[in-house]
Design a protein around this ligand. Structure first.
Ligand SMILES: C[S@@+](CC[C@H](N)C(=O)[O-])C[C@H]1O[C@@H](n2cnc3c(N)ncnc32)[C@H](O)[C@@H]1O
Length: 230
């Protein structure tokens, strides 16, 4: 069952307290990651992660990623000619994987463990050329808006001209029921939050994807890839 019929995945309750120490379940082929039973990341997103990485790395330099997950976007980031790769991850078991990733990485990786809310003040202001934000709604009331809290902080982390991209597929998988058109979805549900923040450019691309029938959180053949410039 696809799309509106399925209605999207809605994480329940408030998991902020438990998230850091909760068991992370990677399936055998590392094709998916569940935390607290929630579908956090799946490998079919790979091409989309490549797209987000290419936006975040388009200025080279020092790139920040928020949310390591299966490390798919991180692997794409490493293929770009950048100088440093800073990664924030909240979950302890996922963070262990990030440390393995760091050991094998071509470009220097600086890992930060914790919720971004708790570690963002340790990062240099105006220190980044690009940012890729891909976390997860840890509480029900954050489903559609957690990215905007971070994106607002990102303005202060980016150099002038620095570029930012983000995704919240769990939110968008729900919103597509009401806004099947990607442009309408972006204009109605994303731009109004971003316009208040002071970006010099706000835009997006529509990217083709192919989620499997059994994906609980996204069931559509296209997705938005936002591009913001400080
Ligand atoms: C969707 S996955 C990231 C997927 C990743 N882009 C990839 O390509 O595999 C989300 C990740 O963000 C982490 N996370 C969720 N909320 C967070 C927060 N507030 N701060 C830092 N990390 C967070 C989760 O533990 C999870 O590993």
């Amino acid at each position: 069952m696809k799309g509106e019929d399925r209605g999207g995945y809605r994480p329940r309750g408030d998991n902020r307290e438990q998230w850091g120490q909760a068991a992370a379940r990677f399936d055998d082929a590392d094709a998916s990651l569940k935390i607290l039973g929630k579908p956090v990341m799946e490998r079919w997103e790979e091409p989309f992660m490549g797209k987000l990485a290419s936006i975040a790395c388009s200025n080279g330099g020092r790139v920040l990623e928020v949310g390591f997950g299966l490390g798919i976007s991180a692997s794409f980031v490493q293929r770009h000619p950048i100088d440093e790769h800073v990664i924030i991850e909240a979950n302890a078991e996922v963070f262990e994987r990030l440390l393995e990733f760091q050991r094998a990485a071509k470009v220097d990786v600086s890992p930060h463990r914790g919720l971004w809310e708790d570690v963002v003040d340790d990062l240099p202001s105006g220190g980044f050329d690009g940012i890729l934000y891909d976390t997860y709604p840890l509480a029900e009331d954050d489903l559609h808006v957690h990215q905007f809290r971070f994106v607002e902080r990102a303005l202060g982390l980016l150099k002038p001209g620095g570029v930012m991209t983000y995704c919240n597929l769990t939110s968008w998988g729900n919103l597509k029921g009401r806004y099947p058109d990607d442009e309408e979805l972006f204009e109605a549900t994303q731009r109004p939050h971003l316009e208040q923040q002071g970006w010099s450019e706000i835009g997006f691309e529509i990217f083709r994807i192919d989620p499997p029938e059994d994906c609980e959180y996204y069931a559509f053949p296209t997705v938005i890839a936002p591009r913001l410039r400080r």
